[in-house]
Ligand binder design. Structure first.
Ligand code: AMP
Length: 601
């Protein structure tokens, strides 16, 4: 199967001049590093629990730094609404997380018990995550913006024993469902002052009186550490299980894919309610002993540019939807800020349109480095690296230690298996389902209470990701679409991403979502929903112009047959366009699980 067009390869390759880079990248010779790499060696770069007692994420991320030269180094810097900053050093973080573990222990919370959070990005969230690891319990972060039903569903599925939240969130979302959650024994309020809230604890008071915490509890590589519910782009949320050995993957990918160096000031804009916000907003950067910026507020172009400029951020990890919003706000906006400290920009979560990669050079003086992974993989699997050329529109090449391939699909879209082995795509630029060879440390170890579903992800020796992609002759992977989002029109296989990227090249288009709608002749035809940039108004003339524009680039078989204007594309809270929902709404079908849909404020 060939993809519909080759449009994404029209963009020139961005090559790197290593002498012009501010610091020498951690990965320089891609092929050699891949050839030499082993996960066991990566494990040996971690310290392990004292006395050979196993491995614990919090020890690697905090305690080993707190007892060494980084003790007084700034670990977390929280930016609050008024722009003021509040910091915790590695030593303070070690002390606070120990206290949190001690609080858990004092209440009889044990190894493997689930601790949930429903909190904004405030210090207590970060302390709770790491303190839970120290107690050998399991952490499950929830987006604070979830409504009562998704919160109830997840707490119930995950059998949460503890919930850390605020008074307002408790009153609004938990109090009325509390009696439906028999396993929820303790609720910690991070802002309990004032009138007491029945049935809750004052976390600050508990922390003040907690006895000093001894050594980090013994945990082993395969012990469960995190439970992450997937963002649900395709349906009901599933609880992906991650273990302490994942820290090996976070460490290696922080080194290679994010190019972390000890003096970095690093900002990951993702909320820990989404896996990126824990793997790369907490664990990977702290393991590398860098200073992590946490912004407690929501996205706003000027606020973000001020943070990048004033905090002298050097490495920035963000998402396509945010970058598109910044682009929509205009390059002039960026020009008003001193972004000279920034030396590496990366993006994840959705396909990154080539136009945005290139715009990065204009706006930040850096191209944007796309990388690919998902909740189930626990860490970055495919990436563009600081030292290697970027092919705009490509997600890059697999990380050292990661083997990726494409599995052929049969006419029904199912993976092809022969004699028990998956049939791999061998031809360059041909489409298949992206698959990974199991064995990397941050791989999920199960879906909570759903072994059958977990097993169904593995076929013929490979983990199947559900994404369609192609690989070019040089080993770069190109995203085509989620398996279910791909459009089949008159025999062409059309990836929505390619069409969306082409639409975004039109000067009026800020963001686009593309779906297939049934057509008696072609099977399906392409329909696009577009958000306009500031200063443009919807009109029939503009609609026709956009259709004509994409036709010229993509050809009539692939270009949208119809374009509709919208003020807000439906998205998940982690910023992914929900094509499934666009389609359901267009066709009047049931909307399915909408618990993770972002409501525009
Ligand atoms: P989640 O598990 O919610 O983080 O979603 C993972 C899915 O997001 C992947 O399977 C892809 O469909 C999509 N995704 C993540 N990163 C990228 C990327 N760089 N390019 C294209 N799609 C991506």
């Amino acid at each position: 199967m060939k993809a519909g067009t080759e449009s994404s390869t029209r963009w020139p390759v961005i090559s790197k001049d290593l002498r012009a880079l501010a610091v020498a990248p951690n990965l320089i010779d891609y092929e050699q590093t891949c050839a030499d790499f082993t996960w066991d060696e990566a494990r040996s770069s971690l310290s392990g629990l004292p006395g050979g007692r196993g491995v614990n994420i919090a020890h690697e991320a905090v305690d080993r730094h707190a007892s060494g030269p980084l003790a007084e180094h700034e670990a977390l810097r929280f930016m609050s609404a008024d722009g003021s900053a509040h910091s915790l050093t590695y030593a303070q973080l070690a002390e606070q997380t120990g206290r949190f573990a001690s609080v858990l222990r004092g209440l009889g919370i044990e190894r493997g018990d689930r601790v949930f959070s429903l909190l904004g990005r405030r210090p207590e969230l970060y302390i709770a995550v790491l303190g839970t690891f120290k107690n050998a319990s399991v952490f499950c972060p929830l987006f604070s913006a979830f409504g009562p039903e998704p919160v109830r569903q997840r707490l119930q599925l995950g059998a949460g024993r503890v919930l850390v939240t605020t008074k307002a969130l408790y009153r609004k979302k938990i109090a009325q469902i509390r009696d439906t959650l028999p396993s929820l024994q303790h609720v910690f309020l991070v802002d309990a002052e004032g009138e007491p809230e029945p049935g809750t604890h004052d976390l600050a008071a508990l922390m003040r009186t907690a006895p000093e915490y001894g050594p980090v509890a013994t945990t082993h590589r395969e012990d469960m550490a995190l439970l992450h519910f997937t963002s649900g782009t395709t349906g009901t949320p599933k609880g992906a299980i991650h273990v302490h050995d994942a820290v090996t993957g976070h460490s290696a990918t922080g080194l290679f894919a994010l190019d972390l160096h000890p003096d970095d000031v690093y900002w990951c804009t993702a909320d820990p309610g989404w896996v990126t916000g824990t793997s790369y907003g907490i664990i990977a950067p702290l393991v590398h002993g860098v200073t992590v910026i946490v912004d407690e507020e929501e996205m706003d172009a000027d606020r973000w540019y001020s943070i990048l400029a004033e905090q002298r951020v050097t490495v920035w990890y963000t998402a396509p939807t945010a970058l598109r919003m910044l682009m929509k706000a205009g390059t002039e906006r960026a020009a008003g800020y001193d972004l000279s400290a920034l030396r590496f920009v990366a993006s994840v979560g959705e396909p990154l349109n080539p136009e945005v990669v290139v715009w990065g050079e204009e706006a930040f003086g850096q191209p944007v480095h796309d990388n690919w992974w998902q909740t189930e993989t626990g860490g970055i699997m495919i990436a563009n690296y600081a030292a290697t050329p970027i092919r705009p529109g490509s997600m890059g090449r697999p990380l050292p230690g990661v083997t990726a391939a494409l599995v052929q699909r049969d006419a029904d879209g199912l993976p092809l298996v022969r004699d028990g082995a998956a049939v791999l795509v061998t031809e360059a630029d041909a489409v298949g389902e992206l698959a990974l060879l199991p064995g990397w440390p941050s791989m999920f170890r199960g879906y909570l209470n759903d072994e059958e579903r977990y097993q169904s992800c593995f076929v013929g020796g490979w983990y199947l990701t559900g994404d369609l992609a192609k690989r070019d002759a040089d080993g770069y992977f190109w995203f085509i679409g989620r398996g279910n989002d791909v459009i089949k029109s008159s025999g062409h296989l059309i990836g929505p991403f390619e069409v969306e990227s082409s639409l975004m090249e039109h000067p009026a288009v800020a963001e686009a979502g593309v779906i297939g709608i049934p057509d008696p002749v072609a099977g399906e035809v392409v329909k696009a929903f577009v958000e306009l940039r500031a200063g443009w108004e919807p009109s029939e003339a503009l609609r026709l112009d956009i259709i004509g524009f994409t036709r010229k680039r993509l050809g009539a078989a692939v270009a949208p047959r119809d374009v509709a204007f919208t003020d807000a594309l439906p998205k998940t809270r982690s910023g992914k366009i929900l094509r499934r929902l666009l389609k359901a709404r267009e066709l009047g079908l049931p909307e399915g699980d909408t618990s993770t849909v972002e409501v525009k404020r």
